[in-house]
Design a binder for this molecule. Sequence first.
Ligand SMILES: [Mn+2]
Length: 229
Amino acid sequence: MGVMQVVEVAGTSLLADASGALFWADERTLLVADLHLEKGSSYARRRVLLPPYDSAASLAQLAMLVAKYAPRRVVALGDSFHDRRGDERIGEAERVLLRSLQQGRDWIWIAGNHDPDVPRGVGGEAMAELRLGGLLLRHEPSAGETSGEIAGHLHPVAHVLSPSGSVRRRCFVSDRMRCIMPAFGAFAGGLNFRDVAFADLFGLRDVMAFVLGRDRVHAVARARCLPDR
Ligand SMILES: [Mn+2]
């Protein structure tokens, strides 16, 4: 399972998985954000060709996590579908896999800006946001100070120097009061952690990137993350 990286948010310990998910062991709850399922088919409709396998890849990764952690609850923090019709376009094999992953556990679709409506024909329960224990799970982070917010939407990536050169990787961002999760979706883009959007939410003190490596998550101080050129 590799080295465990714990992210603390308002006193709650969450395990950061190198796939970009959080596992909340005390609640046996698995959190993922920004799956952007059916992004490939969304682009194809506009005659921009991306490989159409993004949903299968993202769901296969999610299936591995469900097998690894056996959660009793899975919460997808919005933008689970790339657009309002994504739930209709998803393939039959992916629909069947999704149903099998939902067996024996609660499955919650938090609304995002790409998928504000209740998804249909894909199981689960839809919510605007979910308060659980000391945490508030939602899609878009709120402006100003918060305690215990877990959100997605921004798709953070960190640009860091490594012995072999610089790498750009998805990351969690947290100051121990709030956590922004990386996008889980195979084709989701990214926003540099040094972007002003993050400074507005976190200020500059005590904020860390938890950078997704091959099989572990690396805690990196903000000062070691490079801005985009
Ligand atoms: Mn969003």
